[in-house]
Design a protein around this ligand. Structure first.
Ligand SMILES: [Zn+2]
Length: 261
């Protein structure tokens, strides 16, 4: 579930005092890690679609099973997990991703301990990405605990994956990504321009039908579905415009770039 689900609309992110960098070279391989199905699409869906279209092998790791992602108190949660997996796979296809892995950790119960870190490290060592993308754990006043823990797991996982002496029993060679990009960044210092890719981003987000009402403000059964869907589409595009406005780049997704990994 997106952070927006239970809070106000996104406020414009802070930007660093210097001009943000723009557009990394297309990586050969990238790995985006999100707490929940749909988080990565909100945070960097346009960037992933752009890289995939340019030939990158883009992988997605979702850390939790999505089993609390509904406002329906009577929902069948086993069925919800299956639904959300299907939605995530459809969304990944919309973005042109190479692979999707969804862990079985219960939604809302993610921790950033050593056991969870081992699973992130195994994914990094297996996929061997040039760029890893994840939640910014330093984002202030972030409410959802899974988003905080997911951010730490990405950073701690990158450090452990590059060093042979962490988790040697995995039998996987160490791997050092070149860069980390943090989305939902507390301080944005890097932009990825997205234009036509916003179609894929919106399309991927709309694959998460179970999140329409809670996260996207769309009542699929209501009389205003078309208007609500159009408003959501416009919101995604407006946010991209706002991110790029200060730098004059046109629509963009904003990140904190860590390039000394
Ligand atoms: Zn989330």
């Amino acid at each position: 579930m997106s952070e927006q689900a239970s809070s106000t609309p996104l406020s414009p992110p802070s930007t660093s005092s210097s001009r943000p960098s723009t557009d990394l070279p297309t990586p050969g391989r990238a790995l985006a890690i999100g707490a929940h199905s749909d988080d990565v699409e909100f945070g960097c869906g346009g960037t992933l679609a752009k890289w995939a279209a340019a030939g990158a092998a883009v992988h997605l790791l979702v850390l939790t099973d999505g089993s609390k992602g509904t406002w329906d108190a009577d929902a069948d949660l086993t069925e919800l997990v299956v639904t959300r997996r299907r939605e995530q796979e459809a969304a990944a296809s919309e973005l042109g991703l190479t692979g999707v892995e969804i862990l079985d950790i219960p939604d809302g119960e993610l921790q950033s301990g050593f056991a969870e870190r081992a699973r992130v490290v195994a994914a990094i060592r297996r996929i061997r990405p040039d760029v890893v993308l994840g939640h910014d754990p330093w984002k202030r006043y972030r409410l959802h605990p899974d988003h905080r823990h997911a951010g730490w797991l990405v950073l701690d996982g990158v450090v452990a994956a590059r060093d042979h002496h962490y988790f040697p029993d995995q039998g996987l060679p160490a791997h050092r990504p070149e860069r980390v990009l943090l989305f939902e960044a507390e301080v944005v210092d890097h932009l990825e321009r997205v234009g036509p890719e916003l179609d894929a981003k919106v399309g991927a987000l709309l694959c998460h039908h179970s999140q329409w009402r809670s996260t996207m403000g769309i009542d699929a059964e209501g009389p205003h579905r078309a208007a609500e869907q159009a408003a959501f589409d416009a919101r995604v595009r407006r946010e991209a415009d706002e991110v790029g406005r200060g730098a004059g780049t046109g629509p963009a997704e904003g990140f904190k770039l860590i390039d000394k990994v």
